[in-house]
Write a protein that binds this ligand. Structure first.
Ligand code: FES
Length: 158
C-alpha cells in the first residue's frame, strides 16, 4: 500500500538506481535524493514506501534522513537558505549571518516565511571550509558571508 505513494516516474528512476546497485541498502541514499528532487522533501509516507521497496525497517530510512541535513523531512520555501555553522564557519561568525537572515525575514532558524518564499536552516559542513562562513541557497553556494552580504543576497532574491 505504501508503494502507491511513489509516482510512476519516481518508480522508474528508482529502478534505474537499483539496477546500478547489486545490494539494495547502498541504493538508499541515491533513492532518497531522487525522492526529494521529485517531491521537494521526504514525507513519512515516502519514507515508509522506500523502506517497503528495499525491504528494510523504516527506522533505517529515518536514520539516514535525520543524519544528513541535505535531506529534508518537511517542505521548505522556494529559497532554502542553509547556513553552515560547523567549526570553520562558526569561528568566522556564521551565527551573525543566520541572525541577519532571520531578522530580515522575521522568522526563527528552522522556520519558513508565511508566503513560503524563504526557509532558514543551519546545516553541517558544506565542504567549503576555505570560504567560511559558507551557505547554500537551493543548489547554489555562497562564500565569505557577512550580515551585509546576506542582506544583499536577500535583496536579489526578493
Ligand atoms: S565548516 Fe562550514 S563549510 Fe565546512
Amino acid at each position: 500500500m505504501s508503494l502507491e505513494t511513489l509516482s510512476d516516474q519516481l518508480l522508474a528512476e528508482i529502478s534505474e538506481i537499483l539496477a546500478k546497485h547489486p545490494q539494495r541498502r547502498p541504493a538508499l541514499l541515491p533513492i532518497l535524493h531522487a525522492c526529494q528532487r521529485r517531491n521537494g522533501y521526504i514525507s513519512p509516507e515516502i519514507e515508509r514506501a522506500v523502506a517497503e521497496l528495499l525491504g528494510i525497517p523504516v527506522i533505517d530510512v529515518r536514520e539516514i534522513i535525520t543524519f544528513y541535513t541535505l535531506l529534508l523531512p518537511k517542505p521548505v520555501g522556494k529559497h532554502h537558505l542553509q547556513f553552515c555553522t560547523n567549526l570553520s564557519c562558526h569561528l568566522q561568525g556564521a551565527e551573525e549571518s543566520v541572525a541577519a537572515a532571520c531578522r530580515r525575514l522575521g522568522i526563527e532558524e528552522g522556520e519558513t516565511t508565511a508566503d513560503r518564499r524563504f526557509t532558514v536552516t543551519t546545516v553541517e559542513c558544506l565542504g567549503a571550509c576555505d570560504m567560511a562562513p559558507a551557505m547554500q541557497v537551493n543548489d547554489d553556494y555562497y562564500a565569505n558571508m557577512t550580515s551585509d552580504r546576506v542582506n544583499e543576497l536577500l535583496d536579489k532574491l526578493s
